[in-house]
Design a protein around this ligand. Structure first.
Ligand SMILES: *[C@@H]1O[C@H](CO)[C@@H](O)[C@H](O)[C@H]1NC(C)=O
Length: 444
C-alpha cells in the first residue's frame, strides 16, 4: 500500500504526473491474450485472483493501529523501524511473534479460498534474509509463520506470491518500506543494492524448499520502487541482478518485477530481452493522485476502463498484474450516489410492498389492480456503488495476468478490507460472480 495516512493524504507531485499519464491513455479494444506467453505463468489458464496479506510480516500502522498505541505517550511510532527501535530486539521479537501468530488464521485462508481466490500475495521484509546494516533495528522472526501460511494455502488450494516489500535505505520513503519519512536512500550505496539482491536470493532459496515450492509459482523482487527519485543505473542493476538471483535458484519460478511507477513504454525500453517467465506488477489506486480527488464516480469507472484497455494492449510486451487495488474513493465521488448510479445503471428496480394488504405482490407493479398505497421505489446505496466499482475493477484487471486486492483485512472495517467487503457484498462471492452488466463494455 502506497503512502496512506489516515489523518492526512500527502501526494508527491511526481506521482501525480506519472499516474495521470499512466491512466489517461485512450481506450483501446481488448485484443491481447490474458497471459504473457505460457498460461501457466499466470496460474493455469485462469488469471491471478487474490488478496494481499498486508499488515502482517511488514507492519503498517494504519492497518493495525492497536500495535502502535503503546507508543502514544513516548513520541509515537509509525513504522516497523520505530516499532523495533522503541521496544528493543527482545520485546519487539516477542510482540511480533504474537502478531504473526494471530493476524492470519487458517480459517480466514479457507474463507478466502471459498470466495474463489487463487493467490495470496505476501509482503515480506528484507530483515528476514540479511544481517542488519547501518544500525537497522529490525528483527527477523517471521519465516516460520510464512512457512505455516504456505502450508495452509496449499491445503486450501491457493498459491502464494511472496514478495520483498522493503529494502535497506528505503526504496520509496513510505511506511511500508519499513522506514517512513527518513528519505529515499536505497540507491545511495552499492552495499544497499547488494544486500537487496542477497535478500531476493534468500527469499528464492526459502521458497525453493521442497515443502514450500509446490505452493508458489511466482515471487516478487521488490515492492513500489520510486524510480523517479532514485539512481537509475543502480535501480536497473538491481532489476537485472534480482532476476538472475531468482533464476539461479529456480529455472521456472515466475519473477514479478515492480513497474516502479513507470508506464508501459518505459518498460518496453528498459526491460531486459533475456527475462523469461517474468511479469510486472502495477498498483492502481484512486485516492492518492491529486487529479483524482474531485472526479465524479463515473469518471473513476472510466479510469478503470482505460487501465483495463492498457493492460490488455500491453499484455504481450509488458504483462502487468495489478498487485494492489482497493475500493477506496475520494469523498467527492460519493456525492449523489443514487443519481450517479441511475445515470450509469438506469432506474433502480422498483419494489412493491404489499404487506398492508396481506398480499405479496412481487417485485413489479404489473397492473394487478392492487394498490397498497405504500409502494416504495428503492434507491441505490453506497453498497451498490462499491459493488459496481469492485466488479468494474475485477473485469478490467483480468485483462492482464490478474490482480491481488489490498488487503485481506484491517482492524478497521472499511473499503480496504476484503473480508469485510465480502461480508457486505461489495465484492462478489465467488469473485467471478456479477450483479451488474459490465460498465466498460457497455459504456457510451
Ligand atoms: C557489491 O557486489 C559486487 C558484485 O558482487 C561486488 O563487486 C562489490 O564489491 C560489492 N560492493 C559492496 C560495497 O559490498
Amino acid at each position: 500500500m502506497r503512502f496512506f495516512n489516515i489523518s492526512s493524504n500527502i501526494v508527491l507531485p511526481t506521482l501525480i504526473v506519472l499516474l495521470t499519464s499512466q491512466l489517461s491513455c485512450e481506450a483501446r479494444p481488448n485484443v491481447a491474450p490474458k497471459c504473457p506467453s505460457d498460461p501457466k505463468d499466470c496460474g493455469g489458464d485462469q488469471p491471478i485472483r487474490g488478496v494481499n496479506l498486508g499488515g502482517w510480516l511488514v507492519l503498517e500502522k494504519w492497518m493495525t493501529p492497536s500495535l502502535f498505541t503503546q507508543f502514544d505517550k513516548s513520541g509515537g511510532a509509525g513504522d516497523e523501524w520505530t516499532f523495533c527501535e522503541k521496544l528493543g530486539k527482545d520485546e519487539a521479537a516477542k510482540q511480533l511473534i504474537a502478531h504473526y501468530n494471530s493476524w492470519v488464521s487458517e480459517e480466514e485462508i479457507a474463507k478466502l479460498a471459498k470466495a474463489g481466490l487463487t493467490h495470496l500475495r505476501v509482503p515480506v521484509g528484507h530483515w528476514e534474509f540479511v544481517s542488519p546494516i547501518k544500525g537497522e533495528p529490525y528483527v527477523g522472526v517471521g519465516l516460520p509463520f510464512l512457512e505455516r501460511l504456505i502450508g495452509w494455502a496449499g491445503k486450501h488450494g491457493l498459491k502464494v506470491i511472496p514478495e520483498l516489500h522493503t529494502a535497506p535505505g528505503s526504496q520509496n520513503g513510505f511506511d511500508n518500506s519499513g522506514h517512513q519519512g527518513a528519505g529515499i536512500h536505497w540507491t545511495d550505496s552499492d552495499e544497499n543494492i547488494n544486500k537487496s539482491v542477497e535478500a531476493v536470493a534468500g527469499l528464492a532459496r526459502f521458497i525453493n524448499k521442497p515443502e514450500n515450492r509446490p505452493h508458489v509459482e511466482a515471487i516478487g523482487t521488490l515492492n513500489e520502487i520510486l524510480i523517479s527519485n532514485l539512481d537509475k543505473n543502480r535501480v536497473h542493476d538491481f532489476y537485472n541482478r534480482a532476476y538472475e538471483a531468482v533464476r539461479k535458484v529456480s529455472p521456472d519460478l515466475t519473477v514479478v518485477l515492480d513497474r516502479g511507477f513507470q508506464d508501459f513504454n518505459y518498460w518496453k525500453q528498459h526491460k531486459n530481452s533475456g527475462w523469461k517467465n517474468q511479469i510486472f506488477d502495477t498498483h492502481l489506486y484512486h485516492v492518492f493522485d491529486g487529479g483524482q480527488q474531485n472526479l465524479k464516480f463515473k469518471q473513476h469507472l472510466d479510469l478503470v476502463c482505460n487501465a483495463g484497455s492498457d493492460l490488455a494492449q500491453n499484455a504481450g510486451d509488458v504483462p502487468s498484474m495489478v498487485g494492489e487495488w482497493s475500493l477506496a474513493l475520494p469523498g467527492a465521488s460519493y456525492n449523489g450516489i443514487n443519481d450517479a448510479l441511475t445515470d450509469i445503471l438506469g432506474q433502480p428496480k422498483g419494489s412493491y410492498n404489499g404487506e398492508d394488504s396481506g398480499i405479496k405482490v412481487g417485485p413489479l407493479n404489473i397492473g394487478l389492480g392492487i394498490s397498497t398505497g405504500n409502494d416504495k421505489k428503492e434507491e441505490y446505496t453506497k453498497d451498490d456503488l462499491y459493488r459496481l466499482f469492485a466488479e468494474t475493477q475485477l473485469d478490467a484487471y483480468e485483462a492482464g495476468p490478474g490482480w491481488t486486492f489490498w488487503s485481506f483485512k484491517l482492524e478497521d472495517n472499511n473499503e480496504w478490507n476484503f473480508l469485510h467487503a465480502l461480508d457486505k457484498g461489495w465484492i462478489p462471492s465467488p469473485v467471478t460472480d456479477r450483479k451488474f452488466t459490465s460498465y466498460c463494455k457497455n459504456k457510451k
